[in-house]
Write a protein that binds this ligand. Structure first.
Ligand SMILES: Cc1ncc(COP(=O)(O)O)c(C=O)c1O
Length: 377
């Protein structure tokens, strides 16, 4: 799109707001010449664990690596099954295959967009080892219901919290509820690095110890390889940058939530469905997603007004060509499939101005006025 009036995301605006702190953090790493792991990453681990209310944090080079190592630490491998959802970013499912286990998918609840706990029992087999709920868009899955099934059946729970930094479930933070949680710090995330980044959090020191070794070639000390590991280490620039940004995260989250309240107010009378904040916690709105039957029409109309929107995600994982061999076809997960056809993510970042919010809503209303709509309920 050439004439962007309201971008979907504006990382420049955020950087300008914290530039002196970021520049100083980068200079500190340059001066130290300690570029991989080191004191900045160790300090970030401590600070992020505390933020999540977890005992341990291990910093990694991506959220995908976090999922991969969480599964390996939980001893998941060939012949094992892991239950997750088809309506997610592909990494949640891909990581299960990295561990040579089998992803078993269950449908989502269409209100929260997260795993439907009522669908889990029927998917459990003697080979099931873990449940991997995804806290999609920044809202946690219904964790009490999931944990209860997992405890009863002796299953490990791995939270995919890649989009949910600071999200709460009944007062507890994402990252402290399941057995292990996985975060992404991809630049556009609520807590985003200036490159790739990820982490696990856990209260289980054994899991943390294993993941610490696995991220660094399985070494317990230099050139002594106890496990067949990986190069999944976080670099020091990302650690230093994330420490700065973590200090601003609560303020940014509250700014996101204020923007969402404004969007909800302005869209209340419109023929679109605004996101549902479930009563169980605090949504951190990584993504603000409306539902409409004319998603593609609205997407195009907003684009022609210079307003960037996103579609998270247009095709559920089970219908992606790369995952056809999982054995699910069209119709397997009706809620995921209908949702994928109807979701549209509006611009949302803490610095989004009131004027820009009004521009987005104005454009949306004009498009809706041009076309008779049916609200999705
Ligand atoms: C739900 C979900 N899981 C996993 C990931 C993977 O994280 P990363 O891109 O840091 O590997 C992402 C990030 O894009 C995500 O949104």
């Amino acid at each position: 799109m050439s004439n962007i009036k309201v971008p979907y995301l504006d990382l420049q605006a955020q950087y300008q707001g914290i530039k002196p702190e970021i520049d100083a953090a980068i200079a500190r790493v340059l001066e130290s010449c300690q570029f991989i792991l080191g004191p900045e990453v160790a300090a970030f681990e401590k600070e992020f664990a505390e933020y999540c209310g977890a005992e341990e944090c291990v910093a990694l080079n991506s959220g995908t690596s976090a999922l991969h190592l969480a599964l390996l630490a939980a001893s998941i491998g060939p012949g094992d099954e892991v239950i997750t959802v088809p309506f997610t970013f592909v990494a949640s499912v891909a990581a299960i295959l990295y561990a040579n286990a089998r992803p078993v998918l269950v449908d989502i609840d269409p209100r929260s967009f997260t795993m439907d706990p009522g669908a889990i029992e029927a998917a459990i087999t003697p080979r099931t080892k873990a449940i991997l709920p995804v806290h999609l868009y920044g809202q946690t899955a219904d964790m009490d219901a999931i944990m209860e099934i997992a405890r009863k059946r002796g299953l490990v729970v791995i939270e995919d919290a890649a989009q949910a930094h600071g999200a709460k479930y009944k007062g507890r933070s994402a990252g402290s509820i399941g057995d292990i949680a996985c975060f992404s710090f991809y630049p556009g995330k609520n807590l985003g690095a200036y490159g790739e980044g990820g982490a696990i959090t856990t209260n289980n020191p054994q899991y943390a110890g294993t993941i610490r070794m696995l991220r660094d070639w399985g070494q317990d000390h230099k050139y002594h390889h106890q496990l067949r590991g990986y190069n999944y280490r976080m670099d020091a620039f990302q650690g230093a940058i994330l420490r700065v940004k973590l200090r601003h995260l609560e303020r940014w989250t509250e700014a996101r939530r204020a923007i969402v309240r404004r969007y909800n107010e302005l869209l209340a009378e419109c023929d679109v469905q605004t996101p549902v904040e479930m009563p169980w916690g605090r949504h951190v709105y990584h993504v603000y997603t409306i539902r409409t039957e004319d998603r593609d029409g609205l997407h195009a109309a907003l684009a022609s007004d210079g307003i960037q929107t996103g579609i998270h995600y247009p095709i559920p994982v089970h219908l992606q060509p790369a995952y056809a061999d999982l054995g699910y076809g069209p119709g397997a997960f009706p809620n995921a499939e209908k949702t994928a056809a109807e979701v549209l993510s509006l611009p949302l970042y803490p610095e989004l101005s009131s004027r820009a919010i009004e521009d987005v809503v104005g454009s949306l209303k004009r498009a809706l006025d041009r076309k008779p709509q049916t609200t999705v309920r």
